[in-house]
Ligand binder design. Structure first.
Ligand code: SDX
Length: 376
């Protein structure tokens, strides 16, 4: 009897040199560097270079990447129009997916499948996605878009474009740590989606568009938004027990908890949780402390009742709320980061040069003849 691996759980489908979860130490490394070390001392731009090129940039390489990224941030008029004209009722992930498709139609650079072409397209998307997300956040608040500021780093500029100001350094650093932690996670559903599309030799924009669709789902990237909805639904720490009783009785998945690979805790959570703690300490949100208490109470209750650990989406969701972003922007922010991991895997899949095409075991009707006369 053929063994079925539903959800490809535990199935190794290829090699990769980009990242790995070190189960013995429950840590994640990007090109061999532990993420906790990268999150403690490096910029997101440095991590992007590491994922794309396999090495951290020299000072000269970093300056050159920063300069190119900053120059590529502005959207052309048509892209800005698309953001402005799409219904404000649609999800920002749909706006992002649509604009990425548009950018693909405008990219007339040579798509010869070379690493150089891939990297140029990857950098252009890294630079422009924050501009799209910020413009979408502004229009939903009936505010005009704020153009990118080339004098600011990627993280600072995103706050500038969203709110017209750059917050305290602790807030910006917490955001940048989230971008570093979200950047790459081996063969997760959206990255594997990008690899499947690339394996047919389709183009980078098609692969990224498909990956955005996969990440939107609440079982994957959409969970960081669902975490905030859960906290708002519960309201107060005292209500956690009753809420959890009901949720488990209804067989609901508790968003922000559990993981297909990590079964003893997501290695990224301690780093993000510490950053969240620093953010709460400087937050001017009057509900920050109570929300943090609620967040901790739910985490404890879920572990006590189900033995399930939180994943990165759990601290990240509350952090993005305390930074002032509207909930539907949380998963687009995940895309702003994961575009680096996706495009690194797209390049790697191109080099692997193998079509991804698994099998399925047939369980339908046995072969049969068509009815002789007419139809039933
Ligand atoms: C991300 O793959 C990646 O690396 C993804 C990601 C990345 O960086 O790319 O890390 C980002 O997607 C993180 C995951 C975000 N999703 C959520 O927070 C949604 C809630 N989580 C669950 O849906 C679940 O944990 C999954 C989908 C994430 C993983 O599910 P699995 O591996 O398929 O495990 P499972 O659903 O089979 O769960 C095993 C058991 C089940 O109980 P039984 O039916 O066997 O009794 O644990 C239970 C599940 O019901 N369980 C949960 C739960 N997670 C697992 N029960 C309630 N709430 C949960 N969150």
């Amino acid at each position: 009897m053929t063994q079925i691996h539903r959800g490809l759980a535990g199935v190794v489908v290829d090699t990769t040199g980009i990242s790995t979860v070190v189960t013995e130490t429950n840590s994640l490394t990007y090109r061999g560097y532990p993420v906790q070390d990268l999150a403690a001392s490096r910029s997101f731009e440095e991590v992007a270079h590491l994922l794309w090129y396999g090495e951290l940039p020299t000072t000269t390489q970093l300056r050159e990447l920063e300069a190119r990224e900053r120059a590529l941030r502005p959207l052309d008029r048509a892209a800005a129009e698309i953001v402005a004209r799409l219904p404000a009722t649609c999800h920002p992930m749909d706006v992002l997916r649509t604009v990425i498709s548009y950018l693909g139609t405008q990219d007339l650079t040579e798509d010869d499948g070379s690493l150089a072409a891939n990297r140029a397209k990857s950098l252009a998307l890294l630079a422009r996605l924050p501009t799209v997300v910020a413009a979408d956040q502004r229009r939903r608040r009936r505010l005009d878009p704020i153009p990118p500021d080339p004098s600011l780093g990627l993280a600072e500029n995103f706050f500038h474009m969203c709110f017209g100001a750059v917050p305290a350094p602790e807030v910006v650093r917490c955001f940048e740590i989230s971008l570093i932690l979200y950047a790459e996670h081996s063969f997760n559903a959206s990255t594997f989606t990008a690899r499947v599309v690339t394996s047919t030799l389709s183009d980078l924009y098609s692969a990224v568009t498909a990956a955005v669709g996969a990440l939107k789902g609440p079982l994957h990237g959409g969970a960081n938004e669902a975490v905030m909805h859960t906290l708002n639904e519960i309201g107060e720490p005292e209500r956690v027990g009753a809420w959890l009783d009901r949720a488990l009785a209804e067989k609901r998945k508790i968003m922000g908890f559990g993981h297909r690979v990590y079964k003893h805790g997501d290695s990224r959570v301690p780093i993000m949780s510490q950053a969240l703690g620093r953010l709460v300490a400087v937050s001017d949100d009057p509900r920050a402390v109570r929300l943090a208490e609620l967040h901790a109470a739910l985490e404890k209750a879920v572990f006590d009742r189900k033995g399930i650990h939180p994943n990165l989406d759990y601290p990240a969701g509350l952090a993005y709320h305390l930074m002032g972003f509207d909930i539907p922007l949380f998963t687009p922010i995940f895309v702003m980061s994961r575009i680096t991991g996706w495009t690194a895997h797209i390049a790697e899949q191109l080099q692997a040069n193998v079509l991804i095409r698994p099998l399925g075991t047939y369980t339908g009707p046995a072969q049969r003849d068509l009815p002789v006369a007419g139809r039933a």
